[in-house]
Write a protein that binds this ligand. Structure first.
Ligand SMILES: [Mn+2]
Length: 340
C-alpha cells in the first residue's frame, strides 16, 4: 500500500534512532485506552522481532476492562534505569504525562532520543525534544504504526497484526466513527491476510464492554424514565445526584442511556441532564448523523463540542426551568434544520 504521506517524512530518522538503540521504552499517557495499549504491544512485538529489548511503561494502572488485550500484564509503572530511546504512543500532550513529572522521570527522557507516534488533532505540547509522526487522518495509532512499518519494511507478525487490528477496531468503534476512512479498512484487509481474525477480535472487543447485572437492571429503569417531547422528536432524562453517586464508580449513568435516547423512530435529539448538590446541571446531547442541533443547543447553554455530540454545564437554571428552555430552543432548532 502507498504510504507516501507527508506526515511520515520523519520515518527514516525514526529508523536511525531505533537502529542505534538496544533498549527502547514504549510510553503510554496517563489515560491509557485500547488503542494506546494495543499499539504499545504491537510495537513491542515488532521491535523485539528486530532484536531490540523493549519495556512497556504507563504511569497509572491499566483499567480492568482493557485486560482482554493479551500482554497487558507486561506494562510497568516505573521507567527502567537504563534505556536508549523512548517512543510515546497515542499522545502528544504534556498534560497527560503528569506521572512522569511527579516521579522526576522527565529528566531521564530529555537526555535520550524521544519519538512520538500520535493521531490526535491537537498541537504537540511535549516539552522534550522529539521526532514526531502526527497523522490526524489515522483513525487509530495502530493504523499509523502499520503505515510506518510499511514505510520502513518492518515485519508484521501474526500477533502484531492482531494487536494493530484491535487498536483500529477500538478507536473506530468497529469501523463506525465519522473519522473512519477507506484507509484503515485497507490496512485491516492486509492485517487479515497476515493472520488477524477480524470477527474474533471484534467479539472480544464487544465482550469487554459487558456490565454487571445491577447496572443492566438500572439501565432498564432509566429507559422507563425517558420523557419524549415535540412529537417524539426530543428525548430527555434527568439523573439525580444520588444515582450519580451510587452508580458512577461502576458505570457513568449518562453513557448508559445516551445512545438509547435516540432509538425512538422520530427522534432528532437526545439529552441526559445530571443535577448536582451545588445547583449545577450538566447536559450531554446527541443529535442524528449530519445534524447540528446538539452543538447549537449546547452553545445556547454556554457549552460546546461537536455538531451532533456536545455538552454543557450551567448554574443559571433549576431542573424545571432548564427543561422548559430546552424544549423551546430545541423546537426552534428542529424547525430551522427541517427548512434546509
Ligand atoms: Mn487513539
Amino acid at each position: 500500500m502507498n504510504s507516501n504521506y507527508p506526515q511520515y517524512d520523519q520515518a527514516d530518522t525514526i529508523q536511525k534512532i531505533i537502529n542505534e538503540s538496544e533498549h527502547i521504552v514504549v510510553i503510554q499517557a496517563d489515560n491509557p485506552d485500547a488503542d494506546s495499549l494495543a499499539s504499545a504491544l504491537a510495537l513491542e512485538d515488532i521491535l523485539e522481532n528486530a532484536g531490540k529489548k523493549v519495556t512497556l511503561y504507563c504511569g497509572i494502572d491499566i483499567s480492568q476492562y482493557l485486560h482482554y488485550i493479551p500482554g497487558t500484564d507486561r506494562v510497568v509503572k516505573d521507567l527502567p534505569n537504563n534505556f536508549d530511546s523512548a517512543i510515546l504512543v497515542d499522545c502528544s500532550s504534556i498534560n497527560l504525562l503528569e506521572q512522569l513529572e511527579k516521579t522526576n522521570s522527565i529528566g531521564a527522557l530529555r537526555t535520550r532520543p524521544f519519538i512520538i507516534l500520535d493521531h490526535h488533532e491537537i498541537d504537540n505540547t511535549i516539552t522534550i525534544n522529539n521526532t514526531a509522526i502526527i497523522d490526524s487522518d489515522a483513525v487509530a495509532t495502530g493504523e499509523l504504526i502499520y503505515l510506518l512499518a510499511q514505510h520502513l519494511n518492518w515485519q508484521i507478525s501474526e500477533s502484531a497484526a492482531s494487536l494493530l487490528t484491535t487498536s483500529i477496531l477500538a478507536d473506530s468503534l468497529g469501523f463506525s466513527t465519522e473519522k473512519t476512512s477507506a484507509r484503515p479498512l485497507r490496512v485491516v484487509a492486509d492485517l487479515i491476510d497476515r493472520g488477524a481474525n477480524l470477527a474474533k477480535l471484534d467479539e472480544i472487543r464487544r465482550r469487554s464492554m459487558s456490565k454487571p447485572i445491577d447496572i443492566i437492571t438500572y439501565k432498564g429503569k432509566l429507559l422507563q424514565r425517558i420523557d419524549y417531547f415535540l412529537d417524539n422528536q426530543l428525548a430527555m432524562i434527568d439523573i439525580p445526584w444520588e444515582e450519580t453517586q451510587r452508580f458512577s464508580p461502576h458505570y457513568n449513568p449518562a453513557v448508559l442511556v445516551l445512545e438509547e435516547l435516540r432509538f425512538a423512530r422520530e427522534i432528532k435529539l437526545g439529552i441526559v441532564l445530571k443535577t448536582y448538590p451545588d445547583g449545577r446541571i450538566t447536559g450531554k446531547l446527541r443529535s442524528n448523523y449530519g445534524s447540528t442541533i446538539a452543538g447549537k443547543l449546547a452553545e445556547h447553554f454556554g457549552g460546546g463540542g461537536h455538531p451532533s455530540a456536545s455538552g454543557f454545564k450551567t448554574k443559571d437554571y433549576n431542573l424545571e426551568n432548564i427543561k422548559k428552555e430546552i424544549i423551546k430552543v430545541a423546537n426552534q432548532l428542529i424547525i430551522e434544520e427541517s427548512k434546509v
